[in-house]
Write a new protein. Structure first.
Length: 645
């Protein structure tokens, strides 16, 4: 009974609903009993989210279609149109008569568009098979340059292909998507070694050059040395552009010229190709250089360095073997000796000292007795003439190149005055010639020695400086500029290589006209009866000064005899100098010759200058010139310690 009663009892209002009634009935009871209303915040939040979504979509649509619409339209156009560069030819370089010294030739290259290439390893292997270039070398080129160009731009892999190979590649290239044959110009130097150091060469632009110049791109050729480097902006043309229309498979549908290429400026030099050849032949393979300059205008008519190199090797892409051969040669063919090599000037320096002595009040008629040597402390400073010259005044000391005279006069003035005048005469600084990497040379001073060696200046070093030895170093072009200044009234001119270059006065030697006349007259007599008489002519007005510059300390043989050049090792032999000028039929030239380790100035450098004047003026129509003079030898190169100057 009790069990039935429990089963029939009414359920409490809060009792959970039975499953058969469902959740909905239970909720209805709850809402009716408590007056419950569903929250409105959820609907509002949903509406706000939907509104924000539509706002973002509208803003993004405006940003893409309106704000950046033009940019994306251009990019879409570029997917259909590609830009193809048209290489512009570099300007040619000519000599003063129009002879071509640097020209252009047609060259074929092979490039790869990575975006169109389906199998890069197989394509590179095929390029190796065509060209014969080892596959690892091509892979290295590809890996090195692939990040420098975009995937749809051509990546130049080979720069110079023979025409026969081009024909073969042309017949098979259809099977290799992405490969393109590129037609461009290459530099050509028909005179090869003759103008190598003047012209320099071109090669592909490196990363730094491209970063510094936005106009450069992969594969562009730029000047690396010589005038090709100095005149890069004038010689380089402006590339042209093609719009190339392609389909989805990168097949070319057509080309439209957007911008025509513009070639570089043609440059005419002041150099004479025939004179350059004559100077080259006169050196006859000796290591040295020649400068021929007009003293009134500063124009250079010849600028020769020997030995030299074939600059076509660099234009075509020099091999590692050729580069190593040039770089390691003990004759240094890459060195432009006219401006990049510095030498002790030897007795040529006495032209500077004579002008200084006159400007500092030394009477040119005052005589000094030369016994063949001067003793200073425990050091002996010798004259080149063992027995001495006897009584010498300034003119006779120049004509006979007496060392003792210059020792004693320089000691009277001191190193400070020597340094001041030499620097004012253009030494110790570049001449400003339009060629890269010009050296300044060295005019030593008290301060320089103290800074360099930590020791004070001594009197014996003044002796050495007075005859162009010791620490004194000059370039051949500096000597040419100084001799030209003696002739033109003291103007130190910029050496000019361009035919239309104006006359540029860099500075003026602080000396009187009487001083210049004295030095020029002394050079005239030296070429007539002195140590430079090898260049003397009967049909022209000539002047000169020889010099023999020691490379090592004076070496003596048994019996207190100085060793001859032939008895010394090549690297220890003296440098041979001659600084000359010549005038005939209204034409005046300065000719400076320097032969490395050549020995005597009058016996080695003098005959070279004579051959150059034979080309300029023709054979001497007067009496035969005398035989070369006995070679003067300058004194001891390093004096050792003496009393402070």
């Amino acid at each position: 009974m009790k069990r039935n009663k429990l089963l029939s009892a009414p359920e409490a209002p809060d009792a959970p609903p039975r499953k058969k009634e469902g959740i909905r009935s239970w909720l209805k009871i709850q809402m009716d009993s408590e007056g419950y209303q569903p929250p409105r915040g959820g609907a509002i939040l949903l509406q706000v989210l939907v509104g924000l979504l539509f706002f973002v979509l509208v803003v993004r649509f405006w940003y893409l279609q309106v704000h950046r619409g033009e940019e994306f339209a251009r990019q879409a156009q570029e997917n259909r149109l590609r830009l193809e560069r048209i290489f512009a030819p570099r300007g040619r370089i000519l000599d003063d008569s129009g002879k071509v010294l640097a020209d252009n030739r047609t060259a074929y290259g092979l490039s790869l568009v990575r975006e169109d290439c389906h199998d890069i390893p197989a394509t590179l292997a095929q390029i190796s098979a065509w060209s014969g270039i080892p596959l690892p070398q091509i892979w290295e080129k590809y890996q090195q340059d692939r990040f420098k160009v975009k995937s749809f731009e051509p990546l130049l892999l080979i720069t110079d292909i023979d025409f026969d190979l081009v024909a073969r590649i042309e017949s098979e290239i259809y099977a290799w998507p992405g490969l393109e044959i590129v037609v461009r110009t290459k530099r050509s130097y028909p005179e090869k070694e003759l103008f190598a150091h003047v012209l320099g060469y071109v090669a592909e632009a490196n990363e730094q050059e491209m970063a510094n110049d936005p106009a450069l791109a992969m594969g562009d050729l730029v000047g690396k040395q010589g005038l090709e480097l100095e005149l890069e902006k004038q010689l380089r043309g402006r590339k042209g552009l093609y719009d190339v229309e392609v389909d989805a498979h990168a097949r070319v549908l057509g080309k439209t010229l957007r911008e025509e290429p513009r070639g570089g400026h043609e440059m005419r030099l002041s150099l004479d190709r025939g004179l350059q050849q004559a100077a080259w032949d006169a050196l006859d393979g000796e290591a040295g250089c020649v400068v021929v300059m007009e003293p009134d205008s500063g124009k250079l008519r010849a600028l020769v360095t020997s030995p030299a190199y074939d600059n076509n090797l660099f234009a075509a892409g020099i091999s590692q073997r050729d580069w190593d051969a040039l770089r390691t040669s003990n004759r240094f063919p890459l060195q432009n000796r006219v401006i990049q090599s510095v030498y002790p000037p030897g007795s040529v320096w006495k032209l500077v000292m004579a002008a200084l002595f006159l400007e500092r009040g030394i009477n040119p008629r005052e005589t000094v007795f030369c016994p063949g040597q001067v003793k200073l402390g425990n050091q002996i400073f010798r004259c080149w003439k063992r027995g001495g010259h006897g009584a010498m005044n300034m003119e006779s000391a120049l004509i006979n190149s007496c060392d003792v005279y210059f020792y004693l006069m320089a000691e009277r003035l001191g190193i400070d005055k020597l340094e001041e005048f030499a620097k004012a005469s253009g030494f110790g600084k570049p001449t400003g010639i339009d060629l890269p990497h010009e050296k300044s040379g060295l005019v030593p001073s008290r301060e320089w020695k103290k800074r360099r060696f930590g020791r004070p200046w001594v009197r014996g070093e003044t002796y050495n400086v007075s005859i162009g030895q010791g620490y004194t170093l000059v370039t051949p072009v500096q000597v040419a500029v100084y001799v030209a200044a003696m002739l033109n009234g003291g103007d130190l001119l910029k050496p000019q290589l361009l035919d239309d270059a104006p006359r540029v006065v860099q500075s003026h030697i602080p000396a009187r006209p009487e001083t210049f006349k004295f030095v020029v007259d002394a050079m005239r007599k030296t070429a007539g009866v002195g140590t430079a008489r090898v260049v003397g002519r009967k049909d022209a007005d000539m002047g000169g000064k020889t010099g023999t510059a020691q490379v090592v300390k004076l070496k003596m043989a048994a019996g207190d005899r100085r060793l001859r050049s032939s008895e010394m090792e090549y690297a220890q032999r003296d440098h041979a100098w001659v600084a000359t000028w010549g005038s005939k039929n209204g034409k005046t030239y300065v000719v400076v010759v320097m032969v490395e380790h050549g020995g005597g100035g009058s016996s080695v450098a003098g005959p070279v200058a004579k051959k150059i004047y034979d080309y300029l003026f023709g054979p001497d129509t007067g009496a035969p010139a005398p035989s070369p003079a006995a070679e003067p030898r300058t004194g001891q190169r390093q004096a050792g310690q003496g009393r402070a100057d």
